[in-house]
Design a protein around this ligand. Sequence first.
Ligand SMILES: *Cc1c(COP(=O)(O)O)cnc(C)c1O
Length: 431
Amino acid sequence: MICSNLEIINGVLHFGGRNTVELASKYGSPIYVMDEQTIRRNCRKYTVAMKKYFGDNAKAFYASKACCFKKIYSIIESEGVCADVVSPGEIYTAKSAGFNMNNVCFHSNSKNDFDINFAMDNGVGCFAVDNIEELEAINAFAGERGIKQKILFRVTPGIDTHTYEAVNTGKVDSKFGFPIETGAAMAITKTALAMDNIDLAGFHCHVGSQLFDSDVFVRSAEIMLQFIADVKAETGYEARELDLGGGYGVRYTENDPEIDIEDNIRQVAEYVKKLCRELNLNEPAIRMEPGRSIVADAGITLYKVGNVKRIDGYKNYVAIDGGMGDNPRYALYESEYTVVAADKADEPCDFLCDLVGRFCESGDIIQPRIKLPETVARGDLVAVLTTGAYNYSMASNYNRIPKLPVVMINGDDDYIAVKGETLEDLIRNDV
Ligand SMILES: *Cc1c(COP(=O)(O)O)cnc(C)c1O
């Protein structure tokens, strides 16, 4: 199995030690199932390794967009993990969960005045600032409150994650952040240093996602530290924090490599230490922002088969009771997933088919060209694995289909972390 929290016992898929058929009969289908223990284990990979190799000031920030609901915040907070947010909705969710808002960093490339004031009113600790308009608004609103707002600048180091090459153009043309290469990052730094109500803590970058080795982090650390050294030489200001972003990958299929997060963090830390010595810099407090690698393998989705359509001489479809409304990732980026016949997990899989959803789009495909048992039939339970990240958080009400519940398991315990939407919920805001 692609993750150690999965096993097959007597032909039934077990997740987090729990029988998926029993979970589906207790909570119905379709449902998201998330394992609290896996989330905690993933958090600890970061907190333990970052403390060990980067020191006590290092902090992991969970990227909320991967999966955001109240319970997630209490779980990660109890593991000593901070949070990144990108909207008033995520701020409100964290605050409602009782999260320490000083440990929250507000991202987004387009924060309007309401967003900025909402974040300040709720005591958000730090802003990752993306553009000059936002900087000016934050300076003004902080002035009205008589505070100095802590910020980081999001800068683009110019790394193309596809080739792992630092290139001059590449991501310089990103919609996010200030490019170093054009001089924009240096210029905005000088502007901020002259502002009365801004406390510039340092710099942030985030170069990619689903990355399987530390190479790209090492390269971005190199560019960022050189930039910090250049800023120090030109202005005398030395950044106290450096955020290297998120992006470590997870296993969606057997073809994805397994990643040793601790060893990767060790490699990045060694490089950061060496470079700081060479550049004569104090080691900045390092921040990382894992999203996917905290929650993806902590989630699976359970569906029931509705029908099996054999179009002889062409192809076969297995249609389920969910689809792109609860998991749009194949439709969006042709993402790969592993699919298991959860109640027939011991049977040979010789039936080639597309796993498709119930939504009114031909593109409503969860995964094409998968193999299920020949006996697959209406009522069978199907599990799609590694759905804990960017599934619930990307869900929609297309076709007025209610959003699924999130069932959390924790050892022998299980509970509803997010209720499924009802039909009444769907018309709540209709007038
Ligand atoms: C999306 C995002 C992350 C998390 O990325 P993952 O691939 O889920 O780890 C971290 N930081 C920023 C700024 C992001 O936009």
